[in-house]
Design a protein around this ligand. Structure first.
Ligand SMILES: NC(=O)c1ccc[n+]([C@@H]2O[C@H](COP(=O)([O-])OP(=O)(O)OC[C@H]3O[C@@H](n4cnc5c(N)ncnc54)[C@H](O)[C@@H]3O)[C@@H](O)[C@H]2O)c1
Ligand SMILES: O=C(O)C(=O)CC1(C(=O)O)C=CC(O)C=C1
Length: 294
């Protein structure tokens, strides 16, 4: 059970779906007194204020000076600039965390930029989200019964990792610690990043030809379910692919082999081989569970 008492000031940099939902989740749980927000675009940060995701819009320097806990929730390729702006103003007792979908590059860059303040950075990644984005998409229970992965650094104090764990638990999440950021990135290339690549590839393929464009109009629930994630933010996913390039390329190489194998089964009219392949896939999907919620 979460033990954390109220934190006075939370700073959210990039108040969209994930940053906004984290702020709302903590507000609903009564765990934060005030939320300061920073966004690059005035309209969106005004929306975040109007929706009650944040109490005040301020600069990154003001967040560094005033917040007890800071969460970076922009697309991952924007992290270095944010960290560079935070670093000179950061108080020694402040914890900086993030919600980025990749971890190895993020940690490498944070080490370079934060220097001897790296112990203040507790890397995290909630495994919950949506194909919607921006402040209007934020909801307080987005993380309820969902995993959050923390990849602690050797320099982190036990207390800082514990505090971030408890804050996520206050949002209803189940926190898991993963020691190696490379393991994190390999795992999420397989279960998140490469699946997104496949869904986006398919939608792009459908769009690229007039006959397939017509066919799109006839698609049903299967097509809807298979392609939902392709509607996600192009900016966010571009950054994820670039940041996890090596693991993505490994998935592509492995999948090319799988594709060639299945193609071979069909070309050879190998009914038994096709059945076995589909049977294995169906069993694996039926046994798969999204935490305890299915
Ligand atoms: N969407 C998901 O399903 C999901 C799930 C887990 C983690 N994440 C990670 O969370 C982060 C945010 O994703 P999201 O879905 O909330 O995206 P989002 O587009 O909903 O929110 C990002 C916000 O950051 C702002 N922003 C962008 N660049 C900025 C900059 N340079 N400075 C300040 N603000 C900036 C945008 O205006 C936007 O409000 C990403 O790093 C993503 O990888 C996303
Ligand atoms: O539900 C979705 O639409 C998501 O894409 C969420 C999702 C995922 O792939 O599961 C996307 C990116 C993340 O970093 C974590 C969660």
């Amino acid at each position: 059970m979460a033990m954390v008492e109220k934190i006075d000031v939370l700073g959210v940099i990039g108040v969209g779906l994930i940053g906004g939902s984290f702020a709302l989740g903590l507000k609903h749980a009564g765990k934060v007194q005030q939320v300061l927000g920073y966004g690059r675009d005035e309209k969106s940060i005004a929306q975040a204020r109007a929706l009650g995701l944040i109490d005040k819009s301020v600069s990154i320097a003001e967040i560094a000076q005033q917040a007890d806990v800071i969460v970076i929730a922009t697309p991952v390729k924007a992290f270095p600039n944010v960290l560079r702006e935070l670093a000179p103003h950061l108080r020694a007792e402040t914890i900086v965390s993030d919600v980025g979908s990749t971890k190895a590059e993020v940690i490498r860059q944070a080490r370079e930029i934060l220097g001897d303040k790296i112990g203040q950075f507790v890397p995290a990644h909630p495994i919950a989200g949506s194909h919607t984005s921006g402040p209007t998409a934020a909801i307080p229970d987005l993380f309820q019964d969902r995993n959050v992965i923390i990849t602690p650094l050797a320099e982190n104090s036990a207390a800082s990792v514990e505090l971030m764990t408890e804050l996520w638990q206050c949002c209803g999440a189940k926190v898991q610690l993963l020691a190696q950021s490379k393991d994190h990135d390999d795992i999420f290339a397989a279960v998140s990043h490469f699946p997104h690549f496949l869904a986006a590839s398919y939608m792009s393929f459908m769009e690229s030809d007039p006959v397939r464009q017509q066919a799109l109009k006839m698609g049903g629930t299967g097509f809807r379910d298979f392609t939902r994630i392709a509607a996600g933010s192009p900016e966010m996913w571009r950054d994820i692919f670039l940041s996890n390039q090596e693991a993505m390329l490994e998935q592509m190489t492995a999948f090319e082999k799988e594709f060639a194998y299945i193609r071979g089964l069909l070309e050879n009219k190998d009914a038994e081989g096709l059945y076995d392949w589909l049977d294995k896939a169906a069993k694996t999907r039926k046994e798969w569970k999204l935490l305890d919620s299915e």
